[in-house]
Design a protein around this ligand. Structure first.
Ligand SMILES: Cc1ncc(COP(=O)(O)O)c(C=O)c1O
Length: 391
């Protein structure tokens, strides 16, 4: 028998980075000391009080049963309280918070909920590749908004044709930005809300790196801006703030109708998340919050160590404002894929080629600050030596 895949699955974009992952594993299995900075997987453990909360919850047989369809009310309350403490934003836990099986799932669900074939979704270019997955499943078309150094890594909204605004239904925004490390102030959100309101576009602000801002930059929440609740939602994941990437917990906040629709589609996909994981997530969101600040400081020290080592070796690279990524421009005309492959082969440092994040990512590579400082310094030194042989 042969099984023909449905067209919507055939349309899914290829996983650009899976080849890199395989090559890193191949070098490691040959015994090379590879420094892998190519992925976005936090290397530090989940704080012990959260792990302990999970352990206790697992021992309670009440968590072994189906959880409520739309998640534990106390988790939604904890999420609302986290937003009140952190951003001064008041949320109704029942109407304005939806529990997600990781942020990635929420990003795809929104596309499934609102996009019809022929519709348009606005995406940052370069941007997190998974925005394209939901758009492809829905049979809609992505419209890339270039974010480059020349426009301060924010899209030029005036350059988007009226015909595109008319067909646009969903708009993915992401600051602190993966892959560029750029940040914005609330004035960008104000402009985006004005545009979205005029054209009836739903904003989905992906706030995955909300906890990671450098120097004086404290990333603002989209929800702090007037009109946010009318025009969109924000997705907040526990993956990065609490080093819980493997736990698969996130939540969406904002427009009550969208929150209801997310819950509706999830009623058909899941019976929420394992209750014990939800209870541990309550422990994460209830605090104490000092672990979040110490994580931010860890990434700040790593960023400074990595960039400092590059600078000492003669490579001056722009510093990110947020996220745990450095976005490194290559000399003009250099291919990011060829550079990343040669760097892995010759210097045994893995980085992500910018082309994988969109056409405007070409000419850059992304470095994840996901190793201890001494390894990052070693990676910077290897990179600089390699760079000197090439350019
Ligand atoms: C920009 C961005 N959004 C969303 C996610 C998804 O996070 P998760 O599915 O772990 O919540 C990631 C993960 O790397 C990310 O970089």
């Amino acid at each position: 028998m042969t099984f023909r895949l449905a067209d919507r699955i055939v349309r899914l974009p290829e996983q650009f980075f899976s080849g890199l992952t395989r090559r890193v594993a191949a070098f490691q299995s040959q015994g090379y000391d590879v420094i892998n900075l190519g992925q976005g997987n936090p290397d530090l453990p989940t704080p012990p009080h959260i792990v302990e909360a999970l352990r206790e919850a697992v021992l309670d047989p009440a968590t072994h049963r189906y959880p409520p369809f739309r998640g534990l009310p106390e988790l939604k309350e904890a999420a609302a309280d986290f937003y009140r403490r952190t951003y001064g934003v008041k949320l109704d836990p029942e109407r304005e918070v939806a529990i997600l099986v990781g942020g990635k799932t929420g990003l795809v669900e929104v596309a499934e909920l609102y996009l019809e074939p022929g519709d348009v979704a606005l995406v940052p270019d370069p941007g997190y590749p998974d925005y394209l997955s939901g758009i492809a499943l829905a049979g809609a078309k992505p419209y890339p908004l270039p974010i480059t150094a020349s426009n301060g890594y924010v899209p030029d909204l005036e350059s988007v044709p009226e015909s595109v605004w008319e067909r646009a239904k969903v708009w993915y925004i992401n600051y602190p930005n993966n892959p560029t490390g750029a940040g914005v102030t609330t004035s960008f959100f104000e402009q985006a809300i004005a545009k979205a309101h005029r054209h009836g576009v739903l904003i989905v602000h992906d706030f995955a790196y909300g906890a990671i801002g450098y120097d004086d930059h404290r990333p603002p929440s989209f929800m702090q801006v007037e009109g946010a609740r009318e025009t969109g939602i924000e997705i907040y994941t526990l993956s990065k703030t609490f080093n819980m990437a493997g736990w698969r917990v996130a939540f969406a906040v904002g427009n009550p109708q969208v929150i209801e629709h997310i819950n509706l589609i999830q009623d058909h996909y899941y019976v929420s998340i394992f209750s014990a994981v939800q209870r541990a997530s309550v422990a994460a969101l209830r605090g104490p919050d000092d672990g979040i600040e110490s994580l931010r400081q860890t990434y700040q020290r790593r960023r400074d160590a990595f960039l400092g080592a590059l600078r000492s070796a003669g490579m001056d690279v722009p510093a990110p404002l947020g996220s745990f990524f450095c976005w490194i421009p290559l000399p003009s005309g250099a291919s990011s894929v060829a550079f990343a492959e040669a760097l892995l082969e010759e210097a045994h440092v893995a980085v992500a080629p910018g082309r994988g994040f969109g056409e405007h990512g070409e000419g850059h590579v992304r470095v994840g600050l996901l190793a201890p400082e001494d390894r990052l310094i070693e990676a910077a030194e290897r990179m600089a030596r390699f760079w000197a042989t090439r350019f």
